[in-house]
Each structure stands twice: as structure tokens, then as C-alpha cells.
Design a protein around this ligand. Structure first.
Ligand code: SAM
Length: 211
């Protein structure tokens, strides 16, 4: 089984021995890895019956039916979530993730790998009563990803903590990546769009000060 580098990093944030609710499990690769390597039991869910069938086949192939339960459901609907569970949501967009989180009871620990809009994700999950415990920035097959572990509780954040990340704001590799990204965007903006260009120049200068 080939676990992606991204899911391997997600696995490093999962509490050893915790029950994991893997929302949108697809092939259940993460669940198989966690039960074999991290002493977890898992509930692997997906909204798509075909994805869940693939998950079931893989789980059976690895003889892990007693450690991984599969449930066809939308998000966390109809699941009995316990405070100590680790909820993992990986490989979806922020809006879908927030829809799932806002309509359900949640556990104390959320591990999230969103495909987009990380700033919105940070702001909204913090509003739900969580703080950011860990943030990891990585490239998998040349694509950048940020994985965040949220824990129930309160920490005060500044705007920069939402925009760049309270932990990633101290990560030089991440800031260098952002400077490159914003420079590319800046070069593609017409000289006539003065305000938009200023916005990116400002972002770049802040990042350079903090390097
Ligand atoms: C791109 S795959 C990601 C699979 C795996 N979690 C990963 O990170 O590689 C997204 C999966 O989420 C499922 N999904 C999308 N929306 C969902 C929802 N509301 N509830 C449960 N699963 C959902 C899809 O069916 C699909 O299997």
C-alpha cells in the first residue's frame, strides 16, 4: 500500500491509540496505516458508495475488519462522537470541511488537511472553540499542503496568525515559498492595477522583515 507523503504527515499528528474518525476516507489508506502503525481503531466514512466499497475491499485485503469500521454518511452525520476521538478530514476544500464541522458534534481534536483557503479554515475553526496546536507545511509531488491540528480550547490570535499561521509564521521555508508565490502573482498583475500591486508588495515586505 502506497500512503501519500501528505497522509503520512497527517498520521504523525494523530494521537497514538486514539479512536480516529476519518471523514472522506476514500480508499481507507490512512486508516489501514494508522491501525498497523499507530495502535488506532478507526471509523472510516465516506459520502460516496463507490469510495466506501473500495475502502471495504482494502480493509478486507489487510484483514483489518475488526479494527476499522466503515460507514456511508455525509460528514459526521449520525456518528456518536466522543471527546477523545481524533477527527481527521483530509483532501477536501475548506467550505466542505466547514459545512461538516458546523453541523455536527465534534471531539476535542481535529486534524485537517484542506485543499484551499487555509486562512478561512483557521478563522472559522478557532471561532468554533479550538486553538492551533500544530501546523505542518510540506510538498507532496510538487504540490504544497498545510496540515493543521486543532485542539479544543482558547488562544488569542493576531491577524497574521490567521493569514500565515501562528506556527508557520516562524517557518522560514514556508515564508520563502510565500514570497516566491506572491512575486509570481505580482509579476502577472497589470501595472495599471496599482492598488492590487501595492497589496502584494506589502505582503512581500512583511514576509521579508520576518524572514
Ligand atoms: C480527494 S478524496 C480524499 C481522500 C483522503 N481523505 C485523502 O486525503 O487522500 C475526498 C473524499 O471525500 C469524500 N467526501 C466529499 N465530501 C464528503 C462529505 N460531505 N462527507 C463524507 N465524505 C465526503 C469523497 O467522496 C472522497 O472520497
Amino acid at each position: 500500500m502506497n500512503l501519500s507523503k501528505r497522509l503520512e504527515v497527517v498520521a504523525t499528528l494523530v494521537d497514538v491509540g486514539a479512536r480516529v474518525i476519518d471523514v472522506g476516507c476514500d480508499h481507507a489508506y490512512l486508516d489501514i496505516y494508522l491501525t498497523k502503525n499507530n495502535s488506532n481503531k478507526c471509523i472510516a466514512t465516506d459520502i460516496n458508495p463507490n469510495a466506501l466499497e473500495n475502502a471495504k475491499k482494502n480493509i478486507k485485503k489487510h484483514k483489518l475488519q475488526n479494527k476499522i469500521e466503515t460507514i456511508l454518511t455525509d460528514g459526521l452525520t449520525s456518528l456518536d462522537i466522543k471527546d477523545d476521538d481524533n477527527i481527521v478530514i483530509a483532501g477536501m476544500g475548506t467550505h466542505t470541511i466547514l459545512d461538516i464541522l458546523k453541523t455536527n458534534n465534534l471531539s476535542n481534536t481535529l486534524i485537517i488537511s484542506s485543499n484551499n483557503d487555509i486562512e478561512l479554515l483557521r478563522r472559522e475553526v478557532v471561532k468554533l472553540g479550538y486553538y492551533i496546536d500544530s501546523e505542518i507545511f510540506l510538498f507532496d509531488k510538487d504540490k504544497p499542503y498545510i496540515i493543521i491540528k486543532f485542539i479544543r480550547g482558547y488562544k488569542k490570535y493576531k491577524d497574521i496568525d490567521y493569514v500565515i499561521g501562528p506556527i508557520l509564521k516562524n517557518n522560514t521555508d514556508y515564508k520563502k515559498y510565500l514570497i516566491l508565490k506572491y512575486n509570481k502573482i505580482l509579476n502577472s498583475i497589470s501595472k495599471r492595477k496599482v492598488l492590487l500591486r501595492l497589496k502584494y508588495k506589502f505582503k512581500i515586505s512583511i514576509l521579508k522583515i520576518k524572514l
